[in-house]
Unconditional design. Structure first.
Lengths: 120, 164
C-alpha cells in the first residue's frame, strides 16, 4: 500500500511514520511530502492509496490540498493528522471529503483504533 | 489596559498543564508522570530558547509562548528525532523540534475556544519576542527531567489586520 505523509515539520513526519510502524503498518510504502504543494505533485505522480496530511503548512495547506484533489476529480482516501482537533476543524475536514482527523499528540493506539476499521 | 477576552476560559492553568502532560506522555516520554507542575517562584532559565505561535484572524488574536533552556530544547529534540543522548542536534532540527512543540500546544489551546482564527507557523529564537501590546492570560511552568519549561498564553490588545 502506497501512502503519502505530508507535514512541513521533518520531525513530525518522522514521528508519524514511526508511530504508524508501531501501530503495525510497517508494510506501508511511505513517501514524505514537505507541504501541500509537494504532496499534490507526489500524489499526482505516484497515485498513492492513502494520504495522511498535516493541516497547517506553508505553500499549500492540508485543506487546500484536499480541495484541490477533489476539485480535480481525485478521490484518493485522505485524512488529517494535525495539532488542531476542534469540532469546527473536524466538520470542515469531513465536508471536504476527509476520512478522519487525528489530533496531535497521538499514540500508536490512536492510529490503530482509527485506521484499522477503515482497512477492514 | 485590561482586555476582556474569550481566551479567559484558559486563565486557569489546568488546561495548559493537561495539554503539556498529554504531549509529553504520548510523544516524548511514552508514559505519564515525567512532567511535574511547578508552583511558586521560578529560577531563571539559563541560555533560554523561546518558541511561539500566534492565533490570528478570529474574534481576538493571541500568542502561545514556550520558554525553556537551550539544553532542554536539545534534549527534547533528541527524543523527538529518536537520537542518542550524545548526538549533536543541528540548528535546523532544533528549530523544527522545538517549534513543533509549540505548534501542538498552540493547536490544542486553540481548540478550547470558539472562533479562534488560524495558527501561524512556529517561530524559534534565542530572544524573547516583542510582547508589547500583549496581555498575559496564563503562565504555567512544569519541570521535565528537572528542567523548567514554561507555557504562557497572551492576547493582543488590538486585532491584527493580517491573517496567517
Amino acid at each position: 500500500m502506497k501512502v503519502v505523509v505530508a507535514d512541513d515539520s521533518r520531525v513530525m513526519r518522522q514521528i508519524v511514520i514511526r508511530t504508524l510502524r508501531q501501530a503495525g503498518y510497517d508494510w506501508w510504502e511511505i513517501e514524505e511530502a514537505e507541504n501541500g504543494a509537494d504532496a499534490l505533485t507526489k500524489i499526482q505522480a505516484g497515485q498513492p492509496d492513502f494520504v495522511l496530511s498535516d493541516w497547517n503548512m506553508p505553500e499549500m495547506t492540508g485543506i487546500e490540498l484536499l480541495r484541490n484533489l477533489r476539485g480535480a476529480g481525485d478521490e484518493t482516501p485522505f485524512a488529517f493528522v494535525t495539532s488542531e482537533g476542534s469540532d469546527q476543524m473536524r466538520e470542515m475536514a469531513e465536508q471536504a471529503g476527509a476520512l478522519f482527523l487525528i489530533a496531535k499528540p497521538f499514540t500508536a493506539d490512536t492510529f490503530r483504533d482509527t485506521i484499522d476499521p477503515l482497512l477492514a | 489596559m485590561t482586555v476582556t477576552t474569550m481566551w479567559e476560559v484558559l486563565a486557569d492553568p489546568d488546561p495548559i498543564f493537561t495539554i503539556a502532560e498529554d504531549l509529553f506522555a504520548t510523544m516524548i516520554d511514552g508514559e505519564p508522570g515525567h512532567l511535574i507542575r511547578w508552583y511558586g517562584e521560578r529560577p531563571a532559565i539559563l541560555h533560554p530558547t523561546y518558541t511561539w505561535v500566534d492565533v490570528l484572524g478570529g474574534d481576538q488574536d493571541a500568542r502561545v509562548l514556550i520558554s525553556m533552556g537551550h539544553d532542554t530544547g536539545d534534549d527534547l529534540a533528541r527524543v523527538l528525532f529518536d537520537l542518542e543522548d550524545t548526538d549533536e542536534v543541528p540548528g535546523v532540527d532544533f528549530d523544527d523540534a522545538v517549534g513543533e512543540l509549540v505548534n501542538v500546544v498552540g493547536g490544542n489551546v486553540k481548540s478550547l475556544v470558539t472562533h479562534p482564527g488560524a495558527l501561524t507557523m512556529p517561530t524559534v529564537s534565542g530572544g524573547m519576542p516583542d510582547m508589547s501590546g500583549l496581555e498575559p492570560i496564563v503562565d504555567a511552568c512544569v519541570t521535565w527531567k528537572g528542567s523548567l519549561v514554561c507555557v504562557s498564553l497572551w492576547v493582543f490588545e488590538e486585532k491584527s489586520t493580517t491573517t496567517p
